[in-house]
Design a protein around this ligand. Structure first.
Ligand SMILES: Cc1cc2nc3c(=O)[nH]c(=O)nc-3n(C[C@H](O)[C@H](O)[C@H](O)COP(=O)(O)OP(=O)(O)OC[C@H]3O[C@@H](n4cnc5c(N)ncnc54)[C@H](O)[C@@H]3O)c2cc1C
Length: 487
């Protein structure tokens, strides 16, 4: 009999797992709470604009990259085209660092701006090469079954040994310390890619993350959400089912195995395997009393992860500097912690892309890391005035940062929509609006997909290798393999 896999959530991790299980012969059903797919990497429509909700940089499409490998397996084509430079970093002293995808241009750029850091960059490139090489093969980390150990052993190569001395080191321990602006530059890159800064970012993970621009960043036709839409179309075309407006409220567990899910509308879907594209906190909520005891422990012990404050802007192109790069990162003050408006990432739709914005306009997404708790406390205290004041203060912080990269941006604004962790919790169903997964500080504390219930798996940015559409695609590949190996 054909096995039936049910996937809770149509984020990139859930859809990747769904597609691979369908390809392997499973009957597949995806239940998505929202009206469109993609979650944090979705694109929403508002008054003529298509705004990227969270993710705006699409990596992993170069040969051997996660999205490229998935496309080969599924025989599909992604609607992407490369962008170079990947993004421009604006330092507090007014200098800019252009993150060229082209290696030669990048070497010249970094030598001109951070001449003292050459030996660090060489180590970083060596470690990144090892990390990318290992991740180009199945690499089920952390191992959770004998089959995983076997696959890991097969993934290692003699050159992998070069990384061993760095297994217990952080980026901070291998980077020069004398230039605070260089540190701020590294910190800002790592915060968006490893959810932590150089002091704590793991040396191997962080090196791979710092290499993202060189691995290629892409423009997605129609916005980031088009990646998820491509997968939904493929799944439906191949006979899988994707249902929107179906929020799962409970996973039914009988005799230690999950048997079904129940949705908010009262629909009951039975399944042999359940793959939850959610965080551990959300999984705990779905399992309720049936949660294995390690899960409540985990959700109580882990500190909240980061949230995001976002600002979606409809901009009049005529008011913007001409020939600007499409992605920018601004570091306002290197003496203060990053996030909370002190480091801001901003992305514009491509010039002339009328699938994203009306003629003569651009759709922009600005974001900064923010702690979720203060936002949720204001919401729970039912103090709308204080909540709105805080939101307004963050809008101003983001615009002040944006002015450094795009002088005149305030004059260009025709539409402005802020998003707080409360907004993210509502639209992505992520408890407290926690996004981006866990900080990548130690390979030995990485979370895997096992849940304690043999036929329930986690997928998405809570499991290694964590955040980004490319990261959750690797996680989805790993989970699909685990489901198939489980019989
Ligand atoms: C502001 C911001 C900027 C980012 N920038 C980038 C970037 O530039 N590049 C990049 O690659 N990554 C970026 N990321 C990270 C990236 O977006 C995420 O790591 C990735 O998209 C997460 O995918 P996921 O599979 O974990 O699922 P999610 O995106 O969390 O999606 C999960 C889906 O499941 C659905 N769902 C949840 N609970 C239920 C339920 N009970 N029933 C039914 N459906 C449910 C949700 O509605 C959602 O659609 C960014 C993230 C944020 C927030």
């Amino acid at each position: 009999m054909t096995a039936h896999s049910l996937i809770i959530g149509a984020g990139m991790g859930g859809l990747t797992t769904a597609a691979l299980l369908l390809r392997a012969g499973h009957q597949v059903t995806v239940l998505e709470a929202h009206v469109y797919p993609g979650g944090c990497a979705g694109t929403f429509f508002h008054k003529g604009f298509r705004f990227d909700a969270g993710a705006t940089l699409a990596g992993g499409f170069a040969p051997g990259g996660p999205h490229a490998r998935l496309a080969d397996m599924l025989e599909l084509t992604w609607p992407v085209s490369p962008v170079d430079p990947a993004w421009v970093v604006h330092l507090p002293d007014g200098r800019t660092v252009t993150q060229w995808a082209d290696a030669t241009r990048w070497q010249a750029e970094r030598r001109a701006i951070f001449p003292q850091a050459e030996s660090f960059w060489r180590t970083q490139e060596t470690l990144a090469a090892v990390s990318w090489d290992v991740s180009s093969r199945p690499f089920p980390w952390p191992p959770q079954s004998p089959a995983d150990w076997l696959t890991l052993a097969r993934a290692l190569r003699p050159q992998t040994l070069r990384a061993f001395p760095y297994l217990w080191r952080t980026i901070g321990q291998i980077a020069p310390t004398d230039d605070p602006l260089f540190r701020a530059f590294l910190d800002a890159q790592l915060l968006i890619s490893a959810q932590t800064t150089s002091r704590d970012a793991h040396a191997l993970y962080g090196s791979a993350a710092l290499d993202l621009p060189r691995r290629g960043v892409n423009h997605v036709q129609g916005g980031m959400g088009a990646l998820a839409e491509t997968l939904v179309a493929w799944i439906r075309q191949q006979g899988g089912r994707v249902h929107f407006r179906q929020q799962v409220e409970r996973i039914v567990v009988e005799k230690g195995r999950a048997t079904a899910v129940i949705t908010r509308k009262g629909h009951h879907f039975t399944a042999d395997h359940i793959i939850a594209n959610v965080t551990p906190w959300a999984l705990h909520g779905l399992l309720g009393q049936a949660a294995p005891h390690a899960l409540p422990q985990e959700t109580q012990q882990r500190p909240p992860t980061w949230g995001a404050f976002t600002l979606y802007l409809g901009l009049d192109e005529r008011q913007l500097p001409p020939d600007m790069a499409t992605h920018h990162q601004v570091i306002v003050d290197h003496t203060r912690p990053l996030g909370e408006g002190n480091s801001v990432f901003m992305s514009l739709s491509e010039p002339g892309d009328t699938t994203r914005a009306p003629e003569g306009m651009r759709a922009a997404t600005l974001s900064t890391h923010t702690a979720v708790t203060p936002w949720q406390q204001l919401r729970q205290a039912d103090s709308p005035v204080a909540y709105c004041e805080r939101r307004e203060a963050y809008v101003n912080r983001l615009l002040a940062a944006a002015e450094r990269a795009m002088p005149g941006i305030r004059r260009a604004i025709r539409l402005s929509l802020p998003g707080t962790p409360v907004t993210f919790a509502f639209y992505t169903r992520r408890p407290l609006g926690m996004v981006g997964g866990f900080p990548q500080t130690s390979l030995f504390q990485a979370r895997g997909p096992a849940t304690g219930i043999p036929n329930v798996w986690l997928v998405g940015d809570s499991i290694f290798p964590g955040q980004s559409t490319a990261g959750v695609t690797l996680g989805g590949m790993r989970v699909a393999t685990a489901v198939l190996q489980s019989g």
